[in-house]
Design a protein around this ligand. Structure first.
Ligand code: GLA
Length: 671
């Protein structure tokens, strides 16, 4: 009897155990660890849109779901335990009218469901698919073939019905396994003068230029024929002063140490155009975003000097959003009176003394940039310049600011017209205000390309203009922002630059926590090469105080930077875009050409391709003829990353280019 009781007890126990583990269950997507969900911009959010708002599709709000951004992939290990996948999908209402995406559900690489192209305002679509007998469930959002700008995509009320109560794991598609490799030889101990060899200043305005030179310290600097009004500090190489008379002044700079002496011609153009070469510097946004404060900005300036980046021409230290008061905030660090009794803008408590910070930066031979919006508030909701433009320009001059990024943000609520006049107006207003102050301030327009800003940015007095939405550290974002510049070259010239957004190398993360750029090393070489070919402003977006050797090497190749800083100011044009290969060519002042050969691999792509890791071993042979790059006869080829001559060629040249990688060459015709 007792024995039978025992058996019965075990049977009951076994039954309840089995029924517990085998019990069907439903797992909400937002409950899963989303770290492995890849996004083309930002990071996937549980129960929020990618920008952190309530999930909303065509006016319909959702409490649960996942907000992501194309191109987005998520691979789940279902292991034959799935029943159904259910969701309601669409473009989030926070996207502008540009967003267009396509959702796919894949089972073991086969498309089980696809939404067709969806845009902002398209009514949500219901997904209800059978996922039994599949091992891997793939959730994909593509850019619908027109680029990823504003592709905010929501998987709302998304859930996976399982046959058993098992945990569900996701899998990162291993794209970033390539080891960092350094291409550029160390700089020599012999002195070498780097950086821009032309510099523009307005007559009578303060001149500040630091001679960028590598080589063993101490270096003694000197100059021949320095125009009257300027003085050079021989120990630091900092040139300051004022020149009253317009004109082009030719000077020779010297840098000497105990190993030798370098000299280089340096032209000073005194006139109405500044920023004669694209600005080189750092900006706080891609690393710190809202977590920026004065000490982080000082740390960036310290690192610019300590790492030696300043010796390669890197100059600007730019504070992005979040330095002013945030109206309505309860946080004492950012709350307070937006302006003083005279209407002059106040800083928040994270920037207790902007003038002192400015002095700190200028004393190092660097320059300070700031950020505002023509609307009442910035994109992050901090006080901006609307109806205070003159006062803000005055304030910037008082703080000795050298660069202003002026970001559209909330201005859309002031003027809802979507025409050229409306797009230009606020930028003209701030231009007029900047013109009233006695200081050169580089004027950077940021409005993401609205109204084809490249066609009129120069005309309304911009020194640069953002041509794209915000960049992210993904290949889809970088390749889209960069390669989409084709055709914009005719609008760039000295003082007027297309800006495909800041650099995403090193430790980035939009603060406070940072991660190493998700771009592979080859993708980073492509990123920097392309931005230099594009004569783009180069604004490093990472934490400079924790710069690794690979990133430092990437940012300190003088021959590569010289492509960006070439005084001719010609932006590269694209001469080939086929089969995942691109060739870009940029005319240089000395008669040579910088040529970028890219293996973009952007052309394939069936839905299942998005779940394949890129094969960094696959190299593509890229060939060009002399006539393709508009030269004839023999030519010398130099690999700029390796700073190595590859030889003399005639007729044509070919080389293998790694996956998502680049060969950046200087081609010099031989007479
Ligand atoms: C916009 C800009 C970014 C950055 C943020 C700050 O998104 O495009 O570069 O300045 O605003 O809020």
């Amino acid at each position: 009897m007792v024995k039978n009781m025992k058996i019965l007890f075990f049977v009951i126990l076994l039954y309840s155990f089995c029924s517990f583990t085998l019990k069907a269950q439903t797992i909400r997507l937002d409950k899963l660890d989303l770290t492995n969900m890849e996004c083309g911009w930002g990071t996937a959010q549980a129960n929020k849109s990618v920008e952190g708002n309530t999930l909303s599709i065509a006016g319909q709000k959702f409490e649960h779901g996942v907000g992501t951004h194309a191109i987005s992939t998520f691979l789940l290990n279902i292991n034959d335990n799935g029943k159904r996948f259910l969701a309601t999908v669409g473009v989030d209402d926070e996207a502008t009218n540009k967003g267009s995406v396509e959702f796919f559900v894949l089972g073991d690489r086969k498309v089980l469901w696809q939404s067709g192209i969806m845009k902002k305002g398209t009514a949500s679509k219901i997904v209800d698919v059978d996922i039994s007998n599949i091992k891997k469930l793939g959730l994909l959002v593509t850019d619908a073939g027109d680029g990823i700008d504003y592709d905010h995509a929501d998987w709302c009320d998304a859930k996976i019905e399982m046959t058993k109560d098992v945990s569900l794991s996701s899998q990162l598609i291993k794209r970033t396994t390539q080891k960092a490799y350094i291409s550029t030889p160390k700089t020599s101990d012999h002195p070498q003068i780097n950086g821009a060899n032309i510099f523009g200043v307005s007559p009578g305005h303060l001149f500040l230029y630091t001679i960028a030179a590598t080589g063993k310290r101490p270096i003694i600097f000197s100059a021949k024929s320095l125009p009257e009004g300027l003085t050079l500090d021989p120990k630091t190489g900092i040139i300051t002063g004022k020149i009253d008379k317009e004109g082009l002044y030719k000077t020779i700079l010297f840098a000497k140490n105990n190993l030798g002496k370098a000299e280089r011609e340096f032209r000073i153009s005194v006139g109405s155009t500044i920023s004669l070469t694209p600005p080189l510097g750092w900006n706080s946004w891609n690393c710190w975003a809202g977590a920026v404060d004065a000490s982080k900005v000082e740390a960036a300036a310290d690192a610019m000097v300590k790492t030696g980046l300043i010796n390669h021409g890197w100059t600007f230290i730019n504070i992005d959003d979040c330095w002013s008061i945030k109206p309505g905030s309860k946080d004492s660090l950012i709350a307070g009176d937006a302006r003083d009794k005279n209407g002059m803008i106040n800083t928040n408590n994270k920037f207790p003394d902007m003038k002192a910070l400015s002095n700190y930066i200028h004393n190092k031979g660097l320059k300070l940039g700031i950020y505002s919006s023509p609307g009442p508030t910035t994109c992050a909701g901090y006080t901006a310049s609307y109806q205070h433009e003159d006062q803000d320009a005055l304030r910037y001059a008082e703080w000795e600011i050298d660069y202003l990024k002026y970001d559209w943000c909330s201005y859309g609520s002031i003027d809802t017209n979507q025409n050229l006049e409306a797009y230009q107006k606020p930028y003209k207003v701030m231009r007029a205000s900047l013109d009233k102050v006695n200081r050169d301030i580089v004027y950077s327009l940021c409005q993401y390309g609205m109204g084809n800003v490249w066609e009129w940015g120069a005309e309304i007095g911009g020194n640069s203009w953002r041509t794209t939405g915000d960049i992210s550290d993904s290949w889809s974002s970088v390749s889209q922002n960069g390669f989409n510049q084709a055709g914009h070259e005719k609008y760039a010239s000295p003082g007027h630059w297309n800006d495909p957004d800041m650099l995403v190398v090193g430790l980035v993360g939009w603060g406070p926590s940072l991660h190493p750029s998700k771009l592979t090393p080859d993708e980073q070489y492509s990123h920097i090469s392309l931005w230099c070919l594009l004569s783009s402003p180069l604004l490093i977006g990472c934490d400079l105080s924790r710069l690794d050797n690979f990133t430092l090497n990437l940012l300190s190749n003088d021959e590569v930077l010289a492509v960006d800083q070439d005084p001719l100011g010609k932006q590269a044009s694209r001469i080939l875009d086929a089969d995942g290969k691109q060739i870009w060519i940029k005319d240089l002042e000395d008669g040579s050409k910088a040529v970028g050969l890219f293996n973009t691999d952007n052309n394939k792509k069936t839905p299942s391709d998005y779940f394949s890791p890129g094969n960094s071993n696959i190299k593509e042979l890229i060939i060009f003829k002399a006539s393709d790059i508009r030269i004839s006869g023999k030519f010398r080829v130099r690999d700029l990353w390796r700073q190595k001559n590859l030889g003399i060629y005639s007729n044509e040249f070919s080389i293998k280019v790694p996956y998502h990688g680049v060969k950046l060459l200087k081609i010099t015709p031989i007479k």
